[in-house]
Each structure stands twice: as C-alpha cells, then as structure tokens.
Design a protein around this ligand. Structure first.
Ligand SMILES: NC(=O)C1=CN([C@@H]2O[C@H](COP(=O)(O)OP(=O)(O)OC[C@H]3O[C@@H](n4cnc5c(N)ncnc54)[C@H](O)[C@@H]3O)[C@@H](O)[C@H]2O)C=CC1
Ligand SMILES: O=C(O)C(=O)COP(=O)(O)O
Length: 409
C-alpha cells in the first residue's frame, strides 16, 4: 500500500476567516483529517501560535501573512488564499522559505461584476438616497438626476478578469465601455482602451476600479483625479481600500461634484463583524457602503473553497504547482511505484548541474525529471527508485542554493 512521506493524518491544515465548508470536504475527500477551522481572522500573536504547527494555511483577504508571521511558521509548506488578491501575503518572505502560495483567480469575478452593475444602475437612479430618505419617512418622487444606464459610458480601471467580465455585462445592457490598464489589452466586444487615466476619468459617467493593491495603485484616485471626473459622475471601488483617498472622495461628495459612490473596500476594515465600521463616508446617503462583500456570494465561496483546497491537496500529494502565484508552475503525473523528490532552489547558475551530478555520482536511477523556473526560484521534481530516495534526498539537500527539499512516496 502506498505510504505518504509524512502520514496524511499528521499533515495539518489551518483554515481561517470562515472559509466555506467545501474546502474541508475537498480536503477530507483527498484523505486529510487534521483540519483546524476558525470563523475569523486571528490577531497576530494568536496567528503566530496557530500557524507554528501548520503545514498548510488557508486565509482570505483579512489575514496579513507578514515576514514576522512566516518566521513563526516553521512547518509551513504552502498558503492558500481563498480569494483573488494576494497583497495580504508577503510573497517574498514566502518564496525565500520555499513556501508555495495559491489563490482562486476566477471564482468570484462574476460576483464582483454583478454587484458593480447593480450599484451603477441604482446610483444613476439616485436610489441610494431615495431609499435612505424613505426609511426616514420622506417621499422623494422625482425624475430629476435619475438616468438609465443605457447609453452611458462606463470607465473600467484595470481590465483584468473582473474588468473584462464587467465590460461584457455592461455592454449587454447598452453601456459604452472604455478601460484604462497599464498593459495593452485586447478589448472584448466594442470596448475601447484609452491610454491615460485622466482621459478615462474625464470621459466616463461611471468609473469603476478593478486593479490589485500595489505600490503603483496606492491612492491612485486622489483629489486631482476626482476633480477630473465629470460633474454628476459616479465612482465605484470594489478592488482594494488603498486605491482611493477616502478623505478626498468625501470632499468631492460634500461639494456635490459627484452624484454618488459605492465603496466595498476600505483603507482600514474591521477585523470582524463584531467591530465598529468607522468611515467619513457614513454620513452620505448617496454612497453605498458594503462590508467587503464583492466576492461574498454562496456560489463564489463554495467554488473557491473547493478550488483552493484541491490545489493545496494536489501540491501536498504530488508536488503539482499549477496556478501558484510565486512558484514555477509544474503539472505532474502520478508517481506510483517510485519516490518523488521535490527540490526548491534559488534560481542561480550551477544549481542544476550540481543536482544532476548527485545522480551521476551516486548512480541513482532517475525515471522522470521535471524542471521549471521563474525569476526567483527553480523547482525540480525527480522520480527515483524507492530504495534510493533517502541517499538522493540527503545529497540534494546539501546542494548550494537549496531552499527546501522533501520526498513524497
Ligand atoms: N471586493 C472584493 O470582494 C474583491 C476584490 N477583488 C480585487 O479586485 C482586484 C482585481 O481582480 P482581477 O480582475 O481578478 O485581477 P486581474 O489581475 O485579473 O486584473 C487586474 C488588472 O489591473 C491592471 N493593473 C495593474 N496595475 C495597474 C495600474 N497601476 N493601473 C492600471 N491598471 C493596472 C492589470 O494589468 C490587470 O489587467 C484584485 O486584485 C482584488 O484586489 C477581487 C475579488 C473580490
Ligand atoms: O478575492 C478577493 O481578492 C477579495 O477581496 C475577496 O476577499 P474575501 O474572501 O471576501 O476576504
């Protein structure tokens, strides 16, 4: 009977932030039972204590995996981000320790796109403030300032998976779609790429952000950019809270320059549903404030739970790194009948020749070898006869440039 290098019952998964139960089910289907589940993000010290014993950790957008946290995660083999964004993970700290990071790049795109479309329709009709007024007993029946979205211009900043999907839905509703992206992108449908952010802001009725959190997107929309937006324009942000300067937005809403906004993500978000949400935008009736729920639908969460758990289980079972965000991608076949050596190393000259000489010098027979590199890391997978894997692993671990090596059987 096949054995695991580390018995499956000893491989510990730590799942945080209310990850959908489909993740536990997928891990159990793959034979993993040692799964610790938390409904919330953990404060740093508790996180450090919990992660110290984990081989795999699953998080969503809230948990910050910093250098300090990785330093405490001595057994950690891989991280699963059960979401799209990976900005909450210090990828450099993970990579230098040979820890693979995975995410779910597509499973919640549709959910975000649907929310943005709904908000665009409701804001163009003034529904946010009419609804708030009605709750206070005020009857604001009027067509003034209420528009159809048909024929309006949607400006998408960041034409990636979400931006593209949103553009298609918007066009089917009769909107004219234009986008701004740092990369030249093939426009789908009749969408049009514009080559300056200023041009996009000045010519769109609704502006929506779908960029990742990076140094370049920090405060990408501040006072100057908001001033460029059309009088009566609408701003939607369901990307990351660092992208929009919230005080500048509040000032533009106060002045009446913008007709409304929908904000799903904030520079500081409450750690849990028990904490108060504080924002200068709370006072505006014409602003939808949602608690970072762009990707929070039953469909998306269930799919994400399964997708990322399966990626973690596959990496654990046979070393496959397909769609890792920091590791070279290798899709590996089963390795029945032999032992599989995994060697993660700095991508520097000389490592592969040193690895190959391990086998020529020891005479250990290699039945298959897979190699993939990225800028930082080389990942080589070698299938060998079971009886020789101990010798080969010891020699591989001593190769200069090695970050981590392990055996699967
Ligand atoms: N509110 C929520 O619950 C959710 C938020 N998100 C956020 O949405 C972001 C976008 O998601 P996807 O579309 O899947 O990502 P993606 O990676 O497919 O697309 C991002 C696009 O932004 C572009 N971009 C990057 N830097 C830029 C810059 N400085 N200026 C202009 N364009 C830039 C990229 O070239 C790319 O086309 C995620 O990174 C995540 O932070 C994602 C899912 C749910
Ligand atoms: O997918 C993303 O990047 C999101 O922002 C969604 O995050 P969440 O899983 O809701 O914490």
């Amino acid at each position: 009977m096949a054995r695991q290098s580390l018995p499956k019952e000893k491989i510990k998964f730590l799942l945080l932030e209310g990850i959908h139960p489909s993740a536990v089910e997928a891990l159990q289907r793959a034979g993993y039972e040692n799964i610790e589940v938390h409904a919330k993000a953990l404060p740093t010290e508790e996180l450090k204590a919990a992660i110290a014993g984990a081989h795999f950790v699953g998080i969503r957008s809230r948990t910050q995996l910093t250098e300090e946290v990785f330093a405490a995660a001595r057994k950690l083999v891989a991280v699963g981000c059960f979401c799209i964004g990976t900005n909450q993970v210090n990828l450099e700290a993970a990579t230098k320790r040979g820890i693979a990071v995975f995410n779910a790049p597509f499973s919640n795109t549709r959910s975000v796109a649907e929310l943005v479309i709904a908000e665009a329709i409701l804001l163009l009709r003034g529904v946010a403030e009419k609804n708030a007024a009605a709750h206070r007993g005020e009857w604001q029946k009027s067509a003034t300032g209420a528009f159809e979205i048909r024929g309006k211009k949607l400006g998408i900043i960041g034409y990636g998976n979400i931006g593209v999907q949103l553009g298609i839905i918007a066009e089917s509703l009769g909107m004219q779609v234009q986008f701004y992206d740092v990369v030249n992108k093939l426009p789908l449908g009749n969408a049009r790429q514009v080559h300056s952010l200023g041009q996009l802001l000045a010519s769109s009725d609704v502006v929506t952000l779908h960029v990742p959190e990076t140094a370049a997107t920090q405060d990408m929309i501040g006072a100057q950019e908001l001033e460029l937006m059309r009088e009566g324009g609408i701003l939607i942000n369901a990307s990351r809270g660092t992208v929009v300067d919230i005080d500048a937005l509040a000032a533009r809403l106060e002045s009446g320059h913008l007709a409304g906004a929908a904000i799903d993500v904030f520079p500081v978000e409450p750690r849990s549903n028990d904490d108060e949400f504080v924002s200068p935008l709370r006072r505006f009736d014409n602003v939808f404030l949602t608690p970072h729920i762009g990707g929070s639908t039953v469909e998306a969460q269930e799919n994400i739970g399964m997708e990322v758990a399966e990626k973690l289980a596959k990496y654990s079972d046979n070393g496959t790194t397909t769609s890792s965000v920091n590791f070279p991608e290798v899709a590996l076949p089963e390795h029945a009948g032999c032992h599989r050596l995994l060697h993660i190393h700095h991508n520097i000259p000389g490592v592969m020749s040193a690895i190959n000489s391990v086998f020529s010098e020891t005479g250990v027979n290699v039945s298959a070898q897979f190699l993939q590199t990225n800028e930082a890391v080389g990942y080589v997978v070698i299938d060998v006869d079971a009886e020789y894997s101990d010798i080969a692993l010891a020699r591989l671990a001593a190769v200069e440039g090695t970050i981590r090596s392990r055996v699967l059987f």
